[in-house]
Design a protein around this ligand. Structure first.
Ligand SMILES: Nc1ncnc2c1ncn2[C@@H]1O[C@H](COP(=O)(O)OP(=O)(O)OP(=O)(O)O)[C@@H](O)[C@H]1O
Ligand SMILES: [Mg+2]
Length: 323
């Protein structure tokens, strides 16, 4: 059974004349973890929002299909959509403190989530949830307001609140970008442990290539609103196929390891105003031919790579290895 299946998804912001998703395809197996990586503006957060049909009202979706399990998300009635969000889906945002209600103590917020799902709302249950996230002195933390706890602690609370609902799909949009290195590692570990325990599918949006290869089953690389390559996390950066992934993998890895924005590829990503006619990466691509600017690439059989030269480039790699 499929976790998430997205076909030819197009999303535009007509007022801004921006095409954020330009015919995106993605498959995520149920219970697996998929990282979405790509430079700023590639459309990661927009994609994440559409999966919960949480895109801004200013967005227009002219075509495409989004399936989560057997649910056709874009076709759900508003009532079914509410049930879907409550029972299937959880989000963890980049800014942990901002994702909590500043006016309410942590305990009260946990209690409300537990009540929504008809779960035990007792203090013991709340304490247990915080303990599950390795939070020391949970009784004390329950009495605090979000501004009184650290970013790392707030993110643990946010994960506890997300996972107590036993979501089928967890979407984490750069959940650790605001945390320092040591806390980041711990928060990621806890998030993955909880998800594996519950069989939750993870979609993790990240700039951190090193962490992604360590934790995720698969990686999808986004560029200008499309997935340009996807495959096993271990292989995608070790033996990249698409020229953009090659450039990412060769860009200074220590920067990515520190969780900074991906950098090191000359030029800047395009801002699409409509459908990309050729390959959106062609202007920055070391392998581009004239026709790359005119032919819109379709997924190849190798890692769904969106490059008309995929077979040729992979054959060259093999020759180099055997030479
Ligand atoms: N509400 C909006 N109105 C107009 N344009 C938008 C809106 N939201 C996003 N965009 C545009 O859509 C494109 C994709 O943005 P998105 O936030 O999805 O990228 P991202 O990959 O998440 O970037 P980052 O790594 O910086 O988080 C960008 O060009 C962005 O400016
Ligand atoms: Mg984003």
């Amino acid at each position: 059974m499929t976790g998430v299946s997205i076909r030819d998804l197009v999303l535009e912001f007509p007022a801004a004349s921006v095409r954020a998703l330009d015919g995106l395809d993605l498959e995520v197996a149920e219970g697996s973890s998929m990282a979405i990586v790509g430079e700023s503006g590639s459309g990661k957060s927009t994609l994440a929002s559409v999966i919960g049909r949480l895109q801004p009202d200013s967005a227009h979706i002219p075509r495409g299909r989004v399936l989560v399990g057997e649910q056709d998300v874009l076709a759900l009635s508003s009532n079914d959509l509410r049930v879907f969000r409550r029972e299937r889906l959880a989000y963890i945002a980049q800014d942990p403190i901002g994702s909590l209600d500043p006016t309410m103590r942590i305990g009260r917020q946990l209690q409300l989530v537990l009540r929504t799902i008809g779960d035990d709302t007792s203090t013991a249950r709340q304490t247990g949830l915080l303990e599950g996230m390795q939070i020391a002195h949970p009784e004390r933390v329950l009495r605090l307001f979000p501004h009184q706890i650290s970013g790392g602690m707030a993110q643990r609370v946010a994960i506890a609140m997300a996972m107590c609902r036993r979501p089928r799909l967890l979407i984490a949009d750069e959940p650790t970008a605001a945390l320092d290195a040591q806390v980041r590692e711990e928060v990621i570990r806890l998030m993955f442990e909880q998800a594996r325990h519950l069989g939750t599918t993870i979609l993790w949006l990240s700039h951190d290539l090193t962490a992604v290869s360590r934790w995720c089953d698969e990686v999808a690389v986004m560029y200008a609103g499309r997935v340009v390559e996807r495959g096993p996390a271990g292989s995608v950066f070790d033996t990249p196929v698409h020229p953009y992934t090659r450039a990412l993998a060769h860009a200074d890895p220590s920067r990515a390891a520190r969780g900074e924005r991906l950098a090191g590829i000359p030029g800047t990503p395009p801002l699409l105003h409509g459908e990309s006619l050729g390959c959106a990466f062609a202007p920055r691509c070391a392998f581009a031919l004239d026709e790359c600017h005119a032919i819109r690439p379709e997924p190849s059989s190798i890692r769904h790579s969106l490059c008309i030269r995929t077979d040729e480039l992979v054959a060259n790699d093999r020759e180099e290895v055997s030479a």
